[in-house]
Design a protein around this ligand. Structure first.
Ligand code: TTP
Ligand code: MG
Length: 362
């Protein structure tokens, strides 16, 4: 049976968001930063802005995206450090590896936050709350960092919930609590409602979700168009969006296992030249041409050991594959070759995640 518009599939969604992520990493790495107001950002004499700051600095009113000069005015003892993006990315991978112990339905939103759909999980007898607590304690024990979690029947409520008990806390909205929770919810807190939209809504007296519920639906749809329909849904606590879990492809390749072992460069080259048009075809089909950043040759020998050799490249270059094959054969040691493969590595396309962020800006 298919779901019609009014039937909302019940899900168990966890939203995890690291606490003052960049600043927390800096405090972990440098004990001297721990007990003082700290920000990561550009320096004030170069018109820098604050990326984030620790909770001590927040007490003084320092915020993300604030000019560093203004932040230092608010908090004269603020220490501003430049940050280390490579390290934040590496830790982000470690956090994702922890998530993947619990589910493969993961939608990363940025380096420090992600949605997890644990509807079908059997861990902790299916308790999303206990799963969230377990993830938080894994992060604390293994990475020495804290995260906050929101647990709810859908994405937008889970996202709002993760902010409720920040830092180092969990907030749960059960299906029974949804209507009470949204009643007082300021529209500004709904992801996608920015400053401009919130002001336009306030202009007609709409501040909370309850205000929207009480307002004539047709009038809202006429005034604000199609975005109003989603907004009204959120104001009743509804959000039927599934997680966008599609994996970003990391490579495209073709390989051939041979019926009989081969031994020479010429033989391997002949196999490779048959594979090449296939590879080009696959790259075209996957529309990945623009993302190519390396070429790879793989050989498997008749003792089942395999070897790969690669070189940076932004296109498919036959000459380079030939050179790589020669390089790989230096490792042959008189063994027979059972498999020849060629592939291209693709750069990760982070834009995809940004494009997904939905807004209600009218
Ligand atoms: P956030 O999760 O928005 O912030 P946070 O983790 O620092 O703090 P909170 O405890 O409130 O979650 O963003 C994650 C990281 O992204 C943050 O550590 C730094 C970076 N960032 C910027 O560089 N500029 C910005 O304007 C924001 C909002 C974040
Ligand atoms: Mg965060």
């Amino acid at each position: 049976m298919s779901l019609n518009c009014n039937q909302v599939k019940s899900r168990k969604i966890i939203h995890i968001d690291m606490d003052c992520f960049f600043a927390a990493v800096e405090m972990r790495e440098n004990p001297a930063y721990r007990n003082r107001p700290l920000a990561v950002g550009g320096s004030s004499d170069r018109r820098g802005v604050i990326s984030t700051c620790n909770y001590q600095a927040r007490k003084f009113g320092v915020r993300s995206a604030m000019a560093t000069a203004q932040a230092v005015k608010k908090c004269p003892h603020l220490l501003v450090v430049p940050g280390n993006m490579a390290l934040y990315k590496q830790i982000s991978q470690q956090i994702r590896a922890i998530f993947s112990r619990y589910t493969d339905k993961i939608e990363p939103l940025s380096l420090d936050e992600a949605f997890l759909d644990v509807s079908d999980s059997k861990d902790f007898q299916g308790s999303a709350t206990l799963i969230a607590e377990s993830i938080r304690s894994d992060i604390a024990n293994e990475l020495n960092l804290t995260a906050s979690a929101g647990v709810a029947p859908n994405k937008f409520l889970a996202k709002i919930a993760s902010d409720e008990n920040k830092p180092d806390g969990t907030f749960v909205i059960t299906p029974e609590q949804v209507s009470d929770f949204v009643f007082d919810l300021p529209l500004r807190k709904i992801p996608g409602v920015g400053k401009v939209t919130a002001q336009k809504l306030a202009d007609i007296g709409l501040i909370t979700a309850a205000d929207v519920q009480a307002y004539p639906k047709e009038a809202l749809l006429n005034r604000f168009g199609k975005y109003a329909a989603d907004l009204i849904e959120r104001c009743y606590g509804r959000d039927n969006r599934a997680l966008q879990t599609e994996r970003v492809r990391k490579s495209v390749g073709v390989e051939r296992t041979l019926a009989q072992d081969i031994y020479s460069y010429e033989q391997a080259l002949a196999v490779m030249s048959k594979l090449l048009p296939e590879l080009v075809h696959r790259i075209k089909n996957s529309k990945a041409g623009d993302a190519i950043h390396k070429q790879v040759v793989k050989l498997k020998f008749n003792d089942f050991q395999s070897t790969t050799i690669e070189k940076t490249s932004d296109q498919v270059n036959e000459g380079l594959f030939n050179d790589l094959l020669q390089g790989a054969l230096m490792r042959q040691d008189a063994r027979g070759i059972r498999l020849v493969g060629i592939s291209v590595g693709l750069a990760e396309d982070n834009k995809k995640n940004l494009d997904r962020q939905m807004t209600f800006e009218f």
